[in-house]
Design a protein around this ligand. Structure first.
Ligand SMILES: *[C@@H]1O[C@H](CO)[C@@H](O)[C@H](O)[C@H]1NC(C)=O
Ligand SMILES: *[C@@H]1O[C@H](CO)[C@@H](O)[C@H](O)[C@H]1NC(C)=O
Ligand SMILES: *[C@@H]1O[C@H](CO)[C@@H](O)[C@H](O)[C@H]1NC(C)=O
Length: 389
């Protein structure tokens, strides 16, 4: 092809333009940036040399950080739910950041029935294209127990949604979590009943209340959403949940927001004290060194809701603790407070019962898997199904 191209160079001041001329086509101009001064080129080169490794390191770090979720601790067969699941990416829209990701991954039973909706919120760096990879294990498992799980992809980076932890940022990630439930509260459109959105919406039981859960920053956002639900229409944050119906929350390894650790001030997201009635479960692990020691328990203590539990696994880390074993107990919590299961029912007994698998039982010896659940279960009250919505 070389002979069909005519290479011309033209000098103009200190710049050189190379013009590739194809016999049949318009000439294409390539600028070689030769107009740039030597200092500027040097500066550009140095930036690239330092910036690229930082970006590469950041991405590698996130992949490695979330690896244990993909390889979670072994989960016993009995922890799986009765349903096979389907998953679908849907367009939700209306997220906090207009230019950000507007989609959510959804996981739901492969069954013609309808099920309560749950909104999941991810940890820092676990959104966007990493969300499915990092969290599909636990989300699929929660859905297999009979829920439609919606996981917003937005707020990939914490500062995307004002969550930067050390500057007391406002943390608006919870608004996107709530947004998916407001979306879930609307019936599917009749005109487009084969779209992914309609298929997911048609699986949601809108007669039943909804739940929020999440990991790390997402645990904190679940606390924020539960606080807004507790405050109800008179609360300052009601606008963001108006239309949804949040009646239970599970915080997995939540950020402390405000704790004893001097580097962990999170400003206005310290919302656990405002959880006065929404049932709250806090699940964490003893070896969670990402969050300040005791901070998950502080969130639990601060909530004055009468229906709350706290449970901690021994020996696993912040990320690995979010493996699917908590999915069973997360699902059980939602079955009690969204489906109204009561004493004698399977899921109720998994939390409050006396069986060898019950999280609050003294003889929970079947939970002595590789990583036993610590004997730290606080139980305050039997169920009162409040009429939230
Ligand atoms: C679900 O409904 C469709 C049509 O309404 C039917 O063809 C299908 O067999 C049903 N599936 C189950 C599992 O009931
Ligand atoms: C909630 O939304 C409805 C419908 O948009 C509106 O009529 C109502 O005023 C809102 N409630 C509050 C407290 O903002
Ligand atoms: C658990 O067992 C004790 C006695 O073994 C009984 O008094 C209590 O009611 C049981 N609790 C539940 C929730 O079944």
């Amino acid at each position: 092809m070389a002979d069909s191209l005519e290479l011309a160079s033209r000098m103009s001041g200190d710049s050189v333009r190379l013009i590739l001329v194809d016999n049949d086509e318009e000439p294409t101009t390539y600028c070689c940036c030769n107009r740039w001064s030597r200092g500027r080129k040097c500066c550009c080169f140095l930036l690239l040399v330092f910036f690229l490794p930082v970006v590469a390191f950041g991405l590698a770090f996130i992949f490695i950080a979330y690896l244990p979720i993909e390889n979670p601790i072994p989960v016993p067969e009995w922890a799986h739910g009765p349903y096979k699941t389907t998953e679908m990416l849907v367009h939700v829209g209306g997220m906090y950041k207009e230019s950000g990701d507007q989609d959510a991954w959804t996981f739901y039973p492969d069954h013609n029935g309808t099920f309560p909706a749950l909104a999941f919120s991810h940890g820092d760096g676990g959104g966007g294209f990493l969300l499915h990879w990092a969290f599909s294990g636990i989300l699929r498992m929660v859905a297999s127990h009979g829920f439609v799980v919606l996981a917003h992809k937005s707020c990939f980076w914490p500062w995307d949604c004002g969550t930067l932890s050390h500057d007391g940022g406002p943390n608006y990630q919870w608004r996107d979590q709530a947004r998916t439930l407001v979306w879930a509260a609307s019936p599917p459109s009749d005109s487009d009943n084969d779209s992914p959105e309609s298929r997911v919406l048609s699986r949601i039981n809108r007669e039943l209340p909804m739940g929020v859960f999440g990991q790390s920053t997402g645990g904190r956002t679940s606390i924020q959403a539960a606080a807004a639900a507790s405050e109800g229409p008179s609360g300052l944050d009601y606008t963001y949940i108006n239309g949804s119906c949040i009646a239970a929350a599970v915080a997995l390894h939540p950020d402390p927001c405000i704790g004893p650790h001097k580097d962990w001030r999170h400003g206005t997201c310290d919302r656990a004290p405002a959880i006065t009635k929404t049932p709250l479960a806090v699940f964490t692990s003893e070896l969670d060194t990402t969050e300040p020691a005791g901070s998950a328990k502080m969130n639990y203590d601060a909530a004055s809701s009468t229906n709350k539990i706290f449970a901690s696994m021994a020996g696993v880390s912040h990320i690995k603790g979010t493996g699917p074993i908590w999915a069973l107990y997360t699902a059980a919590w939602f079955h009690i407070y969204l489906n109204g299961e009561s004493q004698g029912d399977y899921y109720f007994d998994l939390i409050y019962g006396n069986s060898t698998r019950s999280i609050c039982s003294e003889n929970k010896n079947e939970m002595q898997m590789d990583e036993p659940i610590e004997d730290m279960c606080y139980f305050e009250d039997f169920v009162k199904l409040d009429n939230y919505c």
